[in-house]
Design a protein around this ligand. Structure first.
Ligand SMILES: [Zn+2]
Length: 126
């Protein structure tokens, strides 16, 4: 429940407190509250793109079906779908990233102890 509220409020996946975005589209590099790095590795947000595609599809398909059902002309259809996409994409962009970070945190948790384990593993290798 706490996580669900943190996702809705677009908060840090680790502490559920710090904000993820500092403006409409710009993210913090790390959590202002707990300091955890949001981008765990290069290409980390690639998976958020897939969530974004799925979300965009789910949001636009009902409108497309409706426009088809009312027999909208092709230009009208295109304008409505393009306008809807432009209005929704900041929302989709933000929530797909936040959702991906929270999914990743649930599936592969990280925290203080995780960092300690990694440091010990680095010592073994080095
Ligand atoms: Zn945090």
């Amino acid at each position: 429940m706490k996580r669900l509220l943190a996702i809705l409020a677009q908060r840090c996946p680790v502490c559920l407190q710090g904000p993820v975005f500092r403006s409409l589209l710009a993210m913090y590099k790390s959590c202002p509250h707990c300091g955890v790095l949001y981008e765990r590795e290069h290409g980390y947000f690639l998976n958020a793109m897939f969530i974004g595609y799925a979300a965009g599809f789910l949001l636009l398909v009902p409108s497309a079906f409706y426009l088809f059902w009312i027999n909208a002309s092709i230009p009208f259809f295109a304008v409505i779908i393009i306008l809807e996409t432009l209005l929704l994409w900041p929302l989709i962009f933000r929530y797909s990233r936040v959702l991906w970070m929270h999914m990743d945190q649930v599936l592969d948790p990280r925290g203080g102890e995780d960092r300690e384990t990694r440091r010990q593993e680095d010592k073994k290798i080095g």
